[in-house]
Design a protein around this ligand. Structure first.
Ligand SMILES: Cc1ncc(COP(=O)(O)O)c(C=O)c1O
Length: 511
């Protein structure tokens, strides 16, 4: 379809007909993981509602060129943003007549931006604290570490129990010091899908006069519906007095296209330090509630259309389908000798590990991928073993019956093949090398040896740690187990450096 070298360029000498360009994009998309079909357990959130994609795309297109930079110039965007914030707030205990009547918020581009801004608001509320710190459970999303890194805030990490996968509230309380500006917790955590003891943690934060952010990016849209369906969901939202801010991603379980999260604050004073305003230059006066300045209206309009179309009853139905799918998948895991659930599912995650050393989880992930199931491997961390993560969405429900037999089959094949063994020199590298000792030559050699670089790197957008992105650089799916085994053997600092180097090798311009 792309017939000569010059035509591969994003900027060809002569412009191409629209149909041809669209055909190219479709062809490129053909190499991606399937975003529909209920067999991809990470990255995408699929309600399997007919017509929803088209509706969201139409709404997106109609507002794609609208600029959120100035809410007075484009009142449509302001209206839709305020409506989204109101909907999220109502779901999470805010609004007139509720626990937090004065809740305000902003629409951001995603969970990471919401968390960065929650940390920024907390930091900037205390200009007198010279070296601000945040207290974060080890299970909290990596975006808190990113926020701290970007904002030069120190992180006090509280360990989680290997049994409950939650931090002890007493440990969180003990970690709060005079320089703490924010305490964070998850509802639920991404890795294992468990809800932290929010009430106790928020109580400890409030007693110390410190803000408490509940990261409900992942499951904040689903937990209220699961509760309405009868699940025993502990208090986690603004009904908990000490909770000062909550993030919830609409591009996750609200099933909106990518690029929309909501950051809520209990009152306007808490939100104030989130803003950035600047009038000391010769151009337009600038006031930004979020990190981006120019903002497309596309994601906001698409999210608005999605919420209006699905409605409260739609989300309740989708939560019921998801709950049933989670139960079915968990049963399938329980039925396999040698696997164990990391936690009893309490949200929309199924996460399991191996109890049998002969059962190599990373190889199992590849075997599942070979059978069309794209799961997410999680490396070992502290005293937690490696595990396999499944983010379950409503689209999985009709597929559940097929999963059990394929899982059993994949486990049998994994056992028969035996654990992945790294060549001795690779294992030595992973365990003894310091990140600083990684030379470009060493990285290039490693990447080539692992099959991470090859003639067609365009297929490899995911990090090397995501074994579900089977076959980067044209390598066979089986090779990802080797990559993950190598990463798993390395300490986190070396893992990080290897990931940066590997992905850097993939991100090269096409000329
Ligand atoms: C609990 C939690 N917080 C934050 C994030 C980051 O969200 P995003 O990828 O939209 O930046 C995620 C993403 O999975 C998440 O699960």
């Amino acid at each position: 379809m792309i017939d000569d070298e010059a035509d591969r360029r994003a900027l060809p000498g002569n412009g191409l007909p629209a149909e041809r360009v669209l055909a190219e994009v479709r062809a490129l998309r053909g190499g991606d993981r399937p975003t529909h079909g209920g067999r991809l357990f990470a990255y995408v959130y699929d309600p399997a509602v007919p017509g929803l994609d088209e509706l969201a795309a139409t709404a997106y297109a109609g507002s794609a060129h609208v600029n959120g930079l100035d809410p007075t110039a484009f009142p449509s965007l302001l209206a839709m943003e305020n409506a989204l914030v109101g909907a999220a707030a109502r779901l999470l205990g805010g609004g007139p007549g509720r626990a937090a009547p004065d809740v305000v918020g902003s629409v951001t581009s995603g969970g990471t931006e919401s968390l960065i801004l929650a940390v920024k608001a907390a930091r900037d509320a205390h200009p007198e604290i010279e070296a601000p710190r945040i207290v974060v459970p080890a299970s909290a999303h990596a975006a808190f570490a990113k926020a701290a890194h970007y904002l030069r805030v120190a992180v006090d990490t509280v360990p989680v129990s290997a049994l409950t996968l939650r931090p002890a509230a007493a440990d969180v309380a003990a970690a709060i010091g005079p320089e703490t500006v924010l305490v964070a917790c998850s509802a639920p955590s991404y890795a294992h899908g468990v809800v932290d003891p929010v009430a106790e943690i928020a109580g400890a934060a409030a007693a110390a006069g410190v803000r408490c952010h509940v990261d409900a990016c992942f499951g904040g849209w689903t937990l209220p519906y699961l509760r309405r369906l009868g699940a025993d969901v502990p208090p986690f939202d603004f009904a908990v007095a000490g909770v000062t801010s909550i993030s919830v991603d609409l591009h996750k379980y609200a099933y909106a296209p990518k690029g929309v999260s909501v950051l809520l604050h209990r009152d306007p004073a808490l939100r104030a330090p989130q803003y950035f305003a600047y009038a000391d230059w010769p151009g337009y006066t600038m006031v930004n509630p979020v990190i981006a300045s120019t903002r497309s209206g596309g994601p906001i309009a698409a999210a608005y259309a999605t919420l209006r179309h699905l409605g409260d009853d739609g989300y309740l139905r989708l939560a019921a389908a998801t709950r049933d799918a989670v139960a079915g998948l968990a049963d399938a895991v329980r039925a396999v000798d040698g696997l164990r659930l990391m936690a009893e599912p309490e949200s929309t995650v199924v996460c399991f590990t191996a109890t049998d050393p002969g059962l190599d989880l990373f190889a199992l992930v590849d075997e599942l991928a070979a059978r069309g199931w794209h799961t997410q491997p999680q490396l070992s961390y502290a005293d937690l073993p490696p595990s396999v993560h499944l983010t379950v969405t409503a689209a999985v429900a009709p597929r559940v019956a097929e999963f059990g037999p394929d899982l059993a089959d994949a486990v049998a094949a994994t056992r028969a093949a035996g654990p992945v063994t790294l060549p001795a020199e690779l294992l030595a590298l992973a365990t003894t090398l310091t990140p600083d000792a990684l030379t470009p030559d060493l990285v290039a050699g490693l990447a080539a040896g692992l099959g991470l670089t090859g003639p067609t790197p365009a297929g490899a957008a995911g990090p090397a740690g995501s074994a579900d992105a089977a076959g980067p650089g044209g390598s066979p799916p089986g090779r990802m187990a080797v990559v993950n085994t190598l990463l798993d053997a390395a300490p986190p600092a070396l893992r990080e450096r290897l990931l940066v180097e590997f992905v850097g090798l993939l991100q090269r311009p096409t000329w």
